[in-house]
Design a protein around this ligand. Structure first.
Ligand code: COA
Length: 379
């Protein structure tokens, strides 16, 4: 096929792949809407469970719908023995995104995930993923720490239950709120790489488990979800505020990317950053630990002065999770716990009116040539 090479869109930049009614990114106003609602307002006024319901069902729940949703979520948090065994068999030193990806793939073969994938079936399986991913992440954390896994608490809301499964205690309401708000901010964001991955898998009429497994693999990369871990590794390496400016200048001189900065869609600034910073600062105040903020502010100022590139959500989210007591390799799995709501909503949206995703490429390899026999090639 004769295709103009200059029409190849590296990274699909500027390509409109499909329509969506799930979220709207408005870069010029630095705004993100979930089904029409500003994400900052959702983070402030709603629990993550309400936002998950909104993404999956299209509307915010009333009391009755929310109770049905949260009852199901609480009753289905436990993971089966097979999935637990998969986590226990993970090699020492594994990355939790690898164990999450493997456990989700395994889990999706289990009985509760069988059955048709019509809209009702997809919704039920989506709710199961929302309920079980935090248990996988917390269980894997306990195993990595050499500790006994803590079963889900049947009476606690999702955020509190996650702290419970990790630490056997629940922090103050302020800290829980910061975590819960971060889940809302991470839940959905248009056709980002992992969501696009989920939609591509779904477009071949594969199953939801395959789409979510693939999406987790995509999220892991440091240019996408892995950036929240990379941010914290950077802040840890910088160590003290007085080293921050020189560290950034050297990294930029070495043409290294500064993690937690830049975005394909937002060039003016990431709509989610002001909200996440507010919660990060509250957590720092509540814990009496302002070191990461002091370093962050200098890093941010230096990147802005030198490159004019604004921070993205991962920049304030990383230190928030550290201050909440999570270890760095858990940050991207936490992102996945939230984003699974968006992934599932997108798979459900992709299927009606589906067309298999099949882009073109510009061939730049050798011209057509004859095959020479092995003997002649060896002569
Ligand atoms: N640090 C330093 N320079 C950066 C940068 C960063 N974090 N992000 C972008 N740039 C620079 C690039 O080097 C490039 O400069 P050049 O034109 O002189 O080569 C320019 O800005 C455009 O960047 P590019 O990588 O082409 O943008 P993109 O749209 O393809 O990529 C990201 C977007 C998010 C992948 C990119 O900004 C990035 O790698 N950021 C760091 C990782 C991160 O935080 N990811 C989470 C995203 S929410």
């Amino acid at each position: 096929m004769n295709v103009d090479p200059f029409r190849a869109k590296k990274g699909l930049e500027g390509v409109i792949f499909d329509e969506t009614a799930i979220s709207e990114v408005i870069p010029e106003r630095q705004t993100l809407l979930y089904r029409g609602y500003p994400v900052a307002a959702l983070a402030e006024h709603c629990r993550f469970e309400e936002v998950a319901y909104l993404l999956l069902h299209g509307e915010l729940p009333d009391q009755t719908n929310l109770k049905v949703f949260t009852d199901f979520e609480r009753q289905n948090r436990a993971i089966d023995d097979g999935t637990l065994a998969v986590l226990q068999a993970a090699p020492v030193g594994h990355h939790p995104m690898d164990s999450l990806r493997t456990a989700v793939s395994f889990l999706s073969m289990s009985d509760p995930f069988s059955g048709p994938e019509d809209h009702a079936g997809l919704l039920r399986k989506s709710n199961l993923f929302v309920a079980k991913l935090p248990t996988i992440v917390a269980t894997d954390y306990r195993i990595r720490q050499g500790k006994t896994p803590i079963p889900p608490h049947p009476e606690l809301p999702a955020a509190e239950n996650f702290f419970w499964m990790c630490f056997e205690q629940v922090p103050s309401a302020d800290l829980v709120k910061a975590f819960d708000a971060s889940l809302t901010l991470y839940a959905e964001h248009g056709f980002n790489a992992s969501t696009f991955t989920a939609r591509v898998v779904a477009s071949s009429l594969s199953d939801l488990g395959s789409a979510i497994t693939a999406a987790i693999g995509s999220l892991k990369g440091p240019l996408h979800g892995g950036a929240n871990e990379a941010v914290m590794e950077m802040l840890t390496e910088i160590e003290t505020p007085d080293r921050a400016r020189d560290w950034v200048l050297k990294a930029l001189a070495d043409r290294r990317k500064i993690m937690g900065f830049g975005h394909r869609v937002y060039r003016l600034g990431d709509s989610r950053v002001p909200t996440m910073k507010t919660y990060r600062d509250r957590v720092a105040q509540a814990t009496g630990d302002s070191r990461w903020i002091a370093i962050s502010e200098i890093v941010e100022q230096t990147v802005r002065d030198q490159k004019g590139i604004p921070a993205n959500l991962d920049f304030p989210a990383g230190p928030t999770y550290a201050l909440l007591g999570f270890d760095i390799p858990m940050f991207t799995p936490i992102f996945a716990m939230a984003r699974v709501t968006g992934w599932c909503a997108h798979v459900m949206e992709q299927l009606p009116g589906n067309r298999i995703v099949r882009p073109l490429s510009v061939y730049v390899g050798p011209q057509e040539r004859p095959v020479v026999s092995l003997d002649d090639r060896s002569a």
